[in-house]
Design a protein around this ligand. Structure first.
Ligand SMILES: [Zn+2]
Length: 346
């Protein structure tokens, strides 16, 4: 965030200021990032003639509006002089255009008529495994974040991921069969979303989770941290892929922090695969190779004659399960639809 475009402005350059979206999960990392960004803006506004270099939009995907209010109160003195918007978005906006997608025993994927109208909770409960539910929940949050960026006219999105969290995501994506997404999800750069250009940055990518914990303690932010849903399941079988990988990195962080930086270094060297891609009907991610093609090489039950009528990525195929089906939103709204939905909400 040392870029020229974020620097303090003087005179009439208000119009050129980018709007920056900061997604807040109320985890330690995103709270620490918010604290740092607010300090940065405060510093920018110390000079009477100076105008803050960018406008901040703080976004929480969820229903915890009370915590947002407490946070605003905490920074109320500083916020009087700054342009910062606080927004809480109900993840239910994700539910639209539902269809049923089924995977046959021969690994063919079909889209069928859907007669059920399910809410978000019910959509997620269709999946038995906690890991699949968490995988889809992550997709929901990410989609709502990017849609909110478009709706609020933000050209920059800053994520609070620490180095430890990035390492967790890199391994978890690989295990979940989403390795091809690593480059565009975790590397800083510009991405296209419904025709809008979004610059994605992870400013805390050099900082370990243990260092963030210390920062949160020193800055008195602990009371703002939302305690995560406790994992009652002792057995590894009931843990999600992300939980298992996270636990692994927590155990190595104090003695071998270089393991974490190595994973992140290697992860950021990855590039998106080459070639033409189709779009997965469930997660909208690029599918470079039909998972059916190589599942056929490993399994006798696969049948080359059984053709899929919609593309499904390997990660989603595992979540839905062979012989299973799920009702899910099968399209992403256009920029116009996103803007219209948000106007209706207000
Ligand atoms: Zn998918």
């Amino acid at each position: 965030m040392q870029d020229e475009k974020f620097k303090v402005k003087f005179g009439n350059s208000r119009v050129e200021r980018p709007k920056v979206l900061l997604p807040l999960s109320y985890g330690s990392s995103s709270l620490a990032l918010l604290d740092m960004v607010i300090s940065h803006l405060e510093e920018q506004c110390q000079n009477e003639r100076a105008v803050q270099g960018y406008v901040l939009v703080v976004l929480h995907v969820g229903e915890d509006t009370a915590r947002m209010e407490r946070l605003r109160k905490k920074y109320s003195r500083v916020l009087e002089r700054l342009e910062v918007q606080f927004v809480t978005v109900d993840p239910a906006v994700f539910v639209r255009d539902l269809a049923k997608v089924a995977v046959t025993d021969e690994y063919a994927v079909h889209r069928t008529e859907n007669s059920e109208s399910l809410n978000l909770q019910e959509l997620l409960l269709q999946f038995d495994s906690r890991s699949s539910r968490q995988d889809f929940w992550q997709q929901v949050v990410q989609e709502v974040i990017f849609r909110s960026a478009v709706a609020h006219d933000c050209s920059v999105v800053i994520f609070g991921h620490s180095m430890s969290r990035l390492a967790e995501e890199i391994l978890a994506l690989t295990v979940k069969g989403r390795g091809s997404e690593t480059a565009h999800r975790l590397t800083d750069g510009t991405m296209d979303y419904v025709g809008c250009s979004l610059h994605v940055i992870h400013p805390l990518r050099e900082v370990l989770a243990s260092e963030i914990k210390e920062y949160v303690r020193f800055s008195g932010l602990q009371e703002m941290v939302a305690t995560e849903e406790s994992v009652k399941h002792k057995s590894a079988k009931n843990k999600t892929v992300n939980e298992l990988v996270c636990e692994y990195f927590e155990t190595v962080e104090s003695e071998y922090p270089e393991v974490i930086s190595t994973v992140v270094k290697i992860g950021t060297k990855l590039d998106s695969p080459q070639g033409m891609a189709q779009q997965c009907i469930l997660c909208q991610e690029a599918v470079y190779r039909d998972p059916k093609t190589w599942l056929e090489q490993m399994s006798e039950s696969a049948n080359k004659q059984a053709q899929s009528d919609v593309p499904l990525c390997y990660g989603c195929l595992v979540n839905v399960g062979v012989g299973g089906g799920a009702v899910w939103p099968v399209s992403r709204p256009s920029r116009e639809e996103i803007l219209a939905e948000y106007i209706l909400e207000e």
